[in-house]
Write a protein that binds this ligand. Structure first.
Ligand SMILES: Cc1ncc(COP(=O)(O)O)c(C=O)c1O
Length: 394
């Protein structure tokens, strides 16, 4: 048996839909992107949706449209994919890292006020809704209001994650999503920016399109389309193609299967891991709904991890890596959850960081393990994974 970390779910709808732009000849941002945006807007209950080339470019657009620029500082959790921090650097602003809560893998909101209150250069906060679980957005939004900070939600992994009836990415000024194959719904590469703010939305629509005051599709559908529009700002080309838009529309039509399947698989793990002391299953706080972009456990080795030191983390890390290798030999793919960005050479060297400067992020980097998760996993595949996990731990 060969078990991948995840699987993209493409069927007849995608195969038929992707050919249509080829036949019509309209392959750049067009009617399929518009429909994908409409469907995404309806699902997340957000006023404006803008499809982009990736979540990273959506984050860049969002930060720039919120007015973040050189001289500003933006708080970013230190355990996230490197793209969160990179997007801040694109604007010329400086990244201020904040440690996470190991229970949720999200930013530790208790640490925020101390960072913010003495530094007036901090203009925004990027919260990351990691692995499908929302950060404590109600708390973060209250704090942001108190200190007049902008909030951008990196919801690259946040699709179908909720607090009550509010979707991830709808709490802050801007939310950004990814449709990379490791994410729950996929358009190849691709991203989406959502906002309820009319001014930000109108800026983003221009910024992603070279700064043009009118899109190509608008121009082609209007009289006088032979003349180029005015360009009122310096923009980028971050537009999604209509081929990707066509995939996005089909993915949105198949959510019951894709997301239902992922949640079912997560519930199997929740039950089976009750018997595995070495793996701490992901937690979902009351009132939250997990989107399960990934099913990420902490490898505890059966030890008490309530007071971790770097030495203890490094010791358990050796065991985790050996465990992952054993599963790999059985053709079961696993991954570390994501990385502690302050330990990556670029950010480490630039800021002279030590691993233990953000200890919980370091622990999450060294002890996390994402298990295979996808819609359509068979009982047989699941039993194969669980029996090999138990055997590897013995
Ligand atoms: C938390 C987070 N932010 C941003 C990104 C970047 O997304 P994309 O690959 O669509 O640019 C990722 C991708 O893995 C991610 O996990």
């Amino acid at each position: 048996m060969n078990i991948p970390i995840t699987k993209t779910i493409f069927g007849e709808c995608e195969k038929v839909a992707i050919v249509k732009p080829l036949e019509s000849g309209w392959v750049v941002q067009g009617p399929n992107v518009a429909e994908f945006q409409e469907k995404f807007s309806e699902f997340t209950k957000s006023k404006h949706c803008h499809a982009t080339t990736s979540c990273t470019t959506a984050l860049h657009l969002g930060l720039e449209a919120m007015g973040i620029t050189r001289g500003d500082k933006v708080i970013v959790p230190s355990f996230t994919y490197v793209a969160s921090a990179n997007a801040v650097e694109y604007t010329g602003a400086e990244v201020v890292f904040c440690d996470i809560d190991l229970e949720t893998f999200n930013i530790n909101e208790e640490l925020l006020e101390d960072l913010i209150k003495n530094d007036s250069s901090i203009k925004a906060l990027m919260s990351v809704n990691l692995f499908g679980l929302c950060a404590n957005m109600p708390f973060i939004m209250k704090l942001a209001k108190k200190y007049s900070l902008k909030v951008i939600e990196d919801s690259a992994c946040g699709f179908d994650g909720w607090i009550g009836n509010k979707h991830s990415g709808t709490f802050g000024d801007v939310g950004c999503f990814s449709f990379h194959p490791r994410k729950s719904i996929c358009t190849g590469e691709g991203g989406m920016l959502i906002t309820d703010n009319d001014e930000i939305a109108s800026k983003v629509s221009q910024l992603k399109d070279h700064g043009a005051s009118k899109s190509d599709l608008q121009r082609h559908n209007e009289k006088g389309g032979s003349l180029l529009p005015d360009f009122t700002m310096r923009g980028y080309n971050y537009r999604m193609t209509d081929l990707q838009g066509a995939l996005g529309v089909c993915q949105m039509k198949n959510l019951e299967y894709i997301m239902g399947g992922r949640r079912l698989c997560a519930s199997w793990y929740d039950e089976a891991l009750n018997e595995v002391a070495e793996l701490k299953a992901p937690q979902t706080p009351a009132g939250y709904k997990h989107g399960y972009q990934s099913y990420v456990c902490i490898f505890t080795n059966g030890e008490d991890i309530s007071s971790l030191t770097k030495e203890k983390i490094d010791k358990i890390n050796l065991r985790r890596n050996a465990f992952m290798n054993t599963l790999e030999e059985k053709n079961i793919a696993t991954r570390q959850g994501t990385h502690a960005v302050h330990t990556l050479s670029y950010y480490k060297n630039k800021n002279k960081f030590k691993d233990e400067d953000f200890l919980m992020s370091y622990a999450a980097d060294r002890l996390s393990i994402a298990l295979p998760l996808y819609a359509g996993m068979s009982q047989e595949e699941f039993s194969y994974i669980i029996s090999n996990i138990k055997e590897a731990l013995n």
